[in-house]
Every structure is written in C-alpha cells, then in structure tokens.
Ligand binder design. Structure first.
Ligand code: CAA
Length: 240
C-alpha cells in the first residue's frame, strides 16, 4: 500500500528528522511549516520533500491545506502532529495571549488536523496518527503551565481518538520526547538547561533522529496492534 504523510512543523528540528525518516521508509511526505519560508525552501531543496505553509491553529486553513495536499499527493493516511511552540514563564508573569497561543497551536492543532484527515482515513480503512507530546506534559515543568497543559491534553486526546479510530483501522499513539537538541531547547537559559541535563540518566540531550525512529515504528503498516500508547523517549529522565 502506498502512503502519504503530513508532518506538521516538519521542516525543522524534530519534525525535519521525522519527515526525512518517513521519506526514507518509502512514504510520500508533505512537510508543513508556519513561518520561516527561507528554511522551509532550503529543507525542500535538500530533501526533495514538498512543503506547505499554514497555521495548524487555524481550523479553516488546515481544512483547505489538507484538501490541497490530498489533491497534490494522494490521501493523507499518516498524520504526525509535531508542530509546537513554547511561551515559557511563570503563571504570575504569563499573560492570556501566551496561554492561548500555546493551547491553540500545540493542542488545537491536533484537533484541527485530525478533524480534516480522519474522514479519508476512515474511508480508506487505514490510518496512522502520531501526536508529539512531551515529558513536560507527563511530569509538569516550572514555568510551563501553558505548554504542560497542552501537551498533557495531547496525551488524553490520543487515548480518546485511539478508541474511536480502532474499528476503522486507524491507530493513534503519542510520543513523549524528553529534552532534544533543537532550537526550542537551545532557547532555555543555559544555567537552567545545565541543571536539567544533569538529571538525565543517559547524560545528554536526545537527538531529533531518536524521536523520528519512534515515529517510523508507530506509523509502519505492521504496527496495527499498537494504539492508544505513549512512547517515552527521554533518556530515562522520567519513568512511569
Ligand atoms: N523549581 C523550583 N524553583 C525554580 C525552578 C524549578 N524548576 N526554576 C526556577 N525556580 C525559581 C528560581 O530559583 C527563582 O527563585 P528565586 O526568585 O528565589 O531566586 C524563581 O523560581 C524565578 O526563576 P527565574 O529567575 O528563572 O524566573 P524567570 O521568570 O526569569 O524565568 C522560566 C522562569 C522562564 C520558567 C525559566 O526558569 C525557564 O526558562 N525555565 C525552563 C523552562 C523549560 O524547561 N522549558 C522547556 C522548553 S523546551 C520544551 O518544552 C521541549 C520539551 O517538550 C521538553
């Protein structure tokens, strides 16, 4: 069976590694991005992967874009919800915009893309949805009430949708990455990051490719019995 994947936030960081891993697995990939045209174009030229610009937090834009991707490449039967932003700050300093932006993109994005892609997966009788959560959605993190709430929401969303998708051949799983060597983590103040890394038993940040490896596993045709699960890839930082 041939497959088409949409990877949101798929041109940089963890998303870039996921897009490349899926392409290497023989999947036709559409990589979404929201802002950085220059990096998206460079990514596309380097990898030969098609890029699509839209805001995953915008319901109508997502509907239109997934329809376009399906016209261009075929039915999207693999969806990887990876797009995410941080707007860190303690509750006392966090204004409503920082709360809402993170909820809209990180959690709302999962609803918007699944809502648009699910009907065609149902019709095909096959689908793979992987939502990228976070260790900080499992364990919480100082300065991240917005991000932790959104990521924790992703884990609940995953388990609920897995129950709905099962009878249509659609699996829905989550990955909970720990601290991965990306621009997002590089933005954490150095003194704070040092303390975090000191608590990772493996003794280092993760690599984007180590998350992509998990996505390749969960999106494979022979992973049909794995659904509603959360795969923690965090160097042992949080075990449960
Ligand atoms: N636990 C308890 N107290 C803490 C703390 C912690 N983890 N971190 C900071 N504090 C304390 C500080 O010691 C300080 O106390 P004092 O005033 O008594 O000195 C107080 O809280 C204020 O701390 P800051 O000066 O750091 O406050 P700030 O407002 O300047 O910054 C912050 C707060 C933005 C949260 C900053 O600490 C920060 O960026 N932390 C990192 C947050 C983080 O891990 N983000 C992850 C981003 S990557 C990601 O999210 C990917 C993923 O999925 C893993």
């Amino acid at each position: 069976m041939s497959h088409v994947a949409l990877v949101t936030g798929g041109t940089r960081g963890i998303g870039e590694a996921i897009s490349v891993a899926l392409k290497n697995a023989g999947v036709t990939v559409a990589a979404n991005y929201a802002g950085n045209d220059e990096r998206a174009q460079a990514f596309s030229e380097r990898t030969g992967i098609a890029v699509y610009k839209f805001d995953v937090g915008d319901f109508d834009a997502v509907q239109d874009s997934i329809a376009k991707i399906s016209d261009d490449l075929g039915v999207v039967d693999i969806l990887v919800n990876n797009a995410g932003i941080t707007r860190d700050g303690t509750l006392l300093k966090m204004d409503h915009t920082r709360w809402q932006d993170v909820i809209d993109v990180n959690l709302g994005g999962c609803f918007n893309t699944a809502k648009a892609a699910f009907p065609a997966m149902k019709e095909k009788g096959y689908g793979r949805i992987v939502n990228i959560g976070s260790i900080n959605g499992q364990a919480g993190q100082y300065g991240q009430v917005n991000y932790a709430a959104a990521k924790s929401g992703i884990h609940g969303f995953t388990k609920a949708l897995a129950q709905e998708g099962a009878r249509f051949g659609i699996t829905v799983n989550a990955i909970a990455p720990g601290y991965i060597d990306t621009d997002m983590v590089a933005a954490v103040p150095e003194n704070v990051l040092e303390k975090i890394v000191a608590k990772i038993p493996v003794g280092r940040l993760g690599k984007a490719e180590e998350i992509a490896r998990g996505v390749a596993f969960l999106t494979a045709e022979d992973a049909g019995f794995v659904t509603g699960s959360t795969l923690s890839i965090n160097g042992g930082q949080h075990m449960y």
